[in-house]
Design a protein around this ligand. Structure first.
Ligand code: FAD
Length: 202
């Protein structure tokens, strides 16, 4: 969907994504494809930086850092996402809006996506989200989410290992895409899919 044809609710929305690893980056990509703006906050500590992926379907073995760089370039190519490098210290909610306070600036938005991976999440403390004890090794927080990645506070979503998904890049990336589909569907008022068709004759 191009910006020109996007319903105003999509064009006006601003999604704050905490975490720019497998899940957060993919969420930003799918949002950008729908014309939805996002700000991705990331302190460059994705565990993908230590991975070499031999099980990402349809893709030749790829180094995690290369996947991150290529995906970020892909996201940036759609011109709807801003990247704020550095640590998020605090997230707050008031009157249906969210504020993310990071080392390099404070940004407001109307949706919040938690894609912080397996590290501790002290920045979430003020939100009072429902969480459960993680069953996966190394994972510090599990935000309770529904089938669309919606957390217990309206407007808040989570994806990737912080939302309880298995620590596999394709699963976490898919969970970020799923959150984006849910947000775009809710904003646009009809079920949204991001499908491109082969040119005629191919
Ligand atoms: C050594 C190793 C090898 C692996 N090999 C494979 C493999 O072969 N195949 C496979 O499928 N998976 C593999 N994985 C797992 C894969 O990397 C993870 O499943 C995936 O990266 C999880 O995605 P995520 O988005 O949940 O978390 P991450 O990719 O870790 O992203 C979380 C992001 O949140 C950011 N963040 C967190 N807190 C803050 C904060 N306060 N402020 C700002 N930013 C913040 C971090 O900087 C990070 O970039 C491997 C992992 C490791 C460690």
């Amino acid at each position: 969907m191009s910006d020109a044809s996007a319903p105003a609710a999509l064009a006006d929305a601003h999604v704050l994504i905490v975490g720019g690893g497998a899940s957060g980056m993919t969420c930003a990509l799918f949002l950008a494809r729908a014309g939805v703006a996002s700000t991705v906050f990331d302190q460059n500590r994705s565990i993908l930086k230590r991975a070499e992926l031999h099980n990402y379907p349809g893709v030749a073995p790829v180094r995690g850092p290369d996947w991150l760089a290529a995906t970020r370039a892909q996201v940036e190519g759609f011109g709807r996402s801003t990247f704020v490098d550095g640590r998020v210290a605090k997230v707050s909610a008031a009157a249906g809006r969210f504020t993310v306070e990071a080392d390099r600036g404070t940004v407001e938005g109307d949706h919040l996506v938690i894609a912080a991976g397996q590290v501790p999440t002290p920045f979430l403390e003020g939100l009072g989200l429902e969480t459960v004890a993680p069953v996966q090794p190394y994972v510090q927080t599990n935000v309770v989410v529904d089938r669309w990645g919606r957390a217990s506070l309206p407007g808040v979503y989570a994806c990737g290992v912080v939302a309880g998904f298995p620590s596999q890049a394709v699963v976490c990336a898919g969970s970020g895409a799923n959150v984006a589909v849910g947000i775009v569907t809710a904003l646009g008022g009809e079920f949204w899919v991001d499908h491109d068709e082969l040119a005629k004759g191919e």
